[in-house]
Design a protein around this ligand. Structure first.
Ligand code: GLC
Length: 746
């Protein structure tokens, strides 16, 4: 395999992925021929996915893999990479009766060895092309280590910053979620699933996992069907339409029914409405957990409910292999249901080329190629969101800098919560990059730990600040404990005594640039007044240092815009921009911050403003952008014509770079519909464009709105465009801009 093609050629092969290739006739004939030969145990073996535990992932203690593979009792492994892949494959191909190849998977979420910003950071780039390129590189590297399947992209919409897994997705908005889901699928799967640089994608965690009550991971989710269809399902549908090969069910009970035993979402929506033909895999023991949820009496009942609802493969419960035989013998599960699931497993293995090339061509040289680092750095630079800048950024090249904080040289943290096979040794930390740029102009003082009470290091940090012109504080969350799975927090402020450290440094009067490393929105209310500049930098990946150094010194601009709302207080959670108005909204004029007391009897808190500290879509630049008036082509449209796809609403605006530096703006299109049969959000994102502008340059931007953008689930649960008063914004965030209006008549 020519892994050394120039990146450009490699990038050019990023064409849209076909729909999941319905198995070609020969493939189906092969499937039929195999099925006819398979014993029931061999069929149940194909539905069994184990964690090999050799590479990453928890140890399962199970060691007799070789014997089980030889007996045809395993269909797939996760967490097995490199030479172990071919070792186990050899057993399957030489010792098992039917020689069906194994498929190997791993959670390749935001890179394999070249680690990119965590997905929440990647979403803040608002650059689907960049996300696609990152996934393409990840696929190439994963494939070169024996993998054919990744458990990504995670496309769960998340509206609650307390939920640790908000880091893994594309934030709170379904439109952006759709765009990013499709980009990841195209990147991972490439033009053809069996291509040398392609791996099968997995849309996860189907569905509604991010709506965990209280932001507490694995907690129950209660989602009315309209909300499910308008917020949580769209990114999955976009991924299916982009050709995703597989879907993974979530841990959550959705309206009382565990997702892994939920006929409504698996058969009615995924299979019947969307026509998905690929494989459905459970999450880690989520089939066994049907019993803990309370909707199965025992493991056999759980296995029956899962396979009947439509879960094809069992990750780590081991219940399909051990309990379905009895369910079939008792007539509670039809053999045809098993055969359909086995077909999907065999089709997947054919689609990824395992029947033609079962052995991996391992290629350690494919990893972390120079061109890949460039993409990782570009992605990181575009992911940083500038939240505040009193003018201290970009930094002056001759300024004496104090670098303070536990995240400044924490290489492992830069890999985020799903670091796959990323290595801390591949990371260039912020400290290393600034030391390289500044040499003696840099003083470093750790100051404190991430989650400690000890202020032993404060004095050294304060002293370093006093000797400097500027203090850069690298603060935030522990990537290993405080973000990702099973990492829900009840507080959103900086952990430990990091705020106290910041206050102590602020006492010196030295200007502060705060870099917030986190997997979620944090509550920065208490620190924002004490800093001159602040950026949300997420976990930026292996090029963290160079990207931060370039942005801090203005070699490139911070290009990010928020895809999640940053709260003023954790008590506001769940917090999201596309909320409903309520019958007693805070009147807009009262948000002017004019100091008058807010009216009492409106929907708000008495102890905090109800708005986000930093809203969805927000992000500053090193220049400034100004928007002209928005215009809509006509002042009246027909709902009937829009539903029939006979017309679209053209919207125009213009944006000008009114600053002194070139910059990129993310121009955002929002709508609001009033007078409809059900209340619609106060704003809904329906389009965006990244626009690069030189100082003084003005660009006209145009969007169009059609059925896809305007239809919603009406009072009768029909997906239609209704007559409505329509407001349209073209703005730089979800709270900016003046709307244009038009009427949608019958
Ligand atoms: C984990 C996660 C899931 C992941 C799987 C395999 O529990 O929920 O996202 O793909 O197990 O690691």
């Amino acid at each position: 395999m020519a892994h050394h093609r120039p990146l450009l050629a490699f990038t050019l092969c990023l064409l849209t992925a076909p729909l999941f290739p319905a198995a070609a006739a020969t493939g189906e004939a092969r499937v039929d021929a195999l099925l006819r030969q398979m014993t029931l145990d061999e069929k149940l073996g194909q539905l069994t996915l184990y964690s090999g535990g050799t590479a990453t992932g928890p140890e399962t203690g199970r060691r007799a893999y070789e014997a089980m593979v030889a007996a045809g009792e395993v269909g797939a492994f996760l967490n097995v990479v490199g030479p172990d892949v071919n070792r186990l494959q050899k057993i399957a191909l030489e010792d098992s009766r039917l020689k069906i190849p194994l498929i190997f998977a791993l959670d390749v979420i935001h890179g394999y060895r070249t680690i990119f910003p965590t997905p929440l950071g990647l979403s803040a780039t608002w650059s689907p092309d960049l996300v696609e390129r990152s996934a393409r590189i990840a696929a190439l590297e994963a494939r070169a280590d024996g993998l054919r399947w990744t458990f990504a992209p995670m496309v769960d919409i998340a509206r609650d910053a307390r939920w640790g897994r908000i880091t893994e997705g594309a934030g709170e908005d379904p439109y952006l979620g759709r765009v990013m889901a499709a980009a990841y699928v195209r990147g991972f799967q490439g033009r053809a699933l069996g291509g040398p640089h392609s791996i099968a994608a997995t849309l996860k965690h189907y569905v509604g996992y991010g709506a965990a009550e209280g932001g507490r991971d694995y907690n129950t989710t209660q989602i009315p069907e309209r909300l499910l269809r308008e917020v949580y399902l769209p990114p999955f549908r976009a991924g299916v339409e982009a050709g995703a090969a597989t879907v993974m069910t979530g841990f959550n009970a959705l309206n009382g029914v565990p997702a892994s035993a939920n006929d409504f979402i698996l058969r009615r929506i995924l299979r019947q409405e969307w026509g998905f033909e690929g494989l459905v895999v459970s999450d880690w023991t989520s089939i066994a957990e049907i019993e803990a949820h309370g909707t199965a009496r025992d493991g056999g009942d759980a296995a029956r409910k899962a396979i009947t609802a439509g879960v094809d493969m069992d990750m780590e419960s081991d219940l399909y292999r051990t309990r379905l035989g009895a369910e079939i013998a008792a007539g509670r599960v039809a053999l045809s249901v098993i055969d359909e699931a086995v077909r999907r497993v065999l089709r997947l293995k054919m689609a990824v080329g395992l029947f033609d090339e079962p052995y991996a061509e391992l290629d350690p040289d494919a990893m972390v190629q120079p061109g890949f680092r460039e993409v990782a750095r570009e992605a990181a630079e575009r992911s940083f969101v500038l939240l505040k800048n009193d003018g201290v950024l970009p930094l002056k090249p001759d300024a004496k800098v104090a670098l303070i904080g536990p995240l400044a040289e924490d290489a492992g943290a830069m890999l985020g919560s799903w670091g796959a096979r990323g290595r801390p040794g591949d990371v260039v930390t912020l400290r290393a990059a600034l030391a390289h740029r500044l040499g003696g102009g840099l003083i470093y003082a750790r100051g404190t730990g991430i989650d400690t009470r000890s202020d032993d290091g404060f004095a050294e940090a304060v002293a370093a600040a006093r000797q400097s012109d500027i203090a850069i504080l690298a603060l935030g969350e522990d990537a290993g404990r405080m973000t990702g799975e099973a990492a829900s927090r009840t507080r959103l402020d900086l952990p430990g005594n990091q705020t106290a450290l910041l206050k102590a440094v602020a006492e010196t009067g030295v200007p502060i640039v705060l870099l917030v490393f986190s997997g979620r929105p944090l509550d920065l209310t208490d620190v924002a007044p004490d800093v001159e500049a602040m950026l949300a930098v997420w976990y930026p990946g292996i090029e963290a240092g160079p990207a931060l150094s370039r942005v801090l010194y203005g070699d490139s601009s911070p290009g990010g815009r928020l895809t999640v709302s940053f709260p003023r207080a954790v008590g506001q959670e769940p917090l999201y921009y596309n909320r409903l108005s309520t019958g007693r909204p805070v009147p807009p004029e009262d948000r002017s911050g004019g100091g008058e007391p807010l009216p009492k009897y409106v929907s708000r808190y008495i102890d905090e403003e109800d708005t986000a500290l930093y809203p969805f879509g927000y992000g500053l630049s090193y220049t400034r952008f100004s928007y002209g008036p928005v215009s809509v082509e006509h002042d009246r449209y027909s709902a009937r014509a829009l539903n029939a796809g006979k017309t679209r609403i053209r919207v125009r605006g213009e944006v000008t770079n009114v600053g002194e530096r070139p910059g990129e703006e993310v121009v955002q299109l929002y709508i609001r519909q009033r007078g409809t049969s059900v209340a619609r959000p106060v704003r809904e994102l329906k389009g965006f464009q990244r626009v690069a502008l030189r100082p003084g340059e003005t660009r006209e931007v145009e969007f169009s709105l059609g059925r896809d953008e305007l239809a919603f689930w009406t009072i009768d649960m029909e997906h239609l465009v209704e007559p409505a008063d329509l407001q349209v914004w073209i703005a730089g965030s979800s709270t900016d801009g003046q709307p244009a209006t038009t009427l949608i008549g019958d």
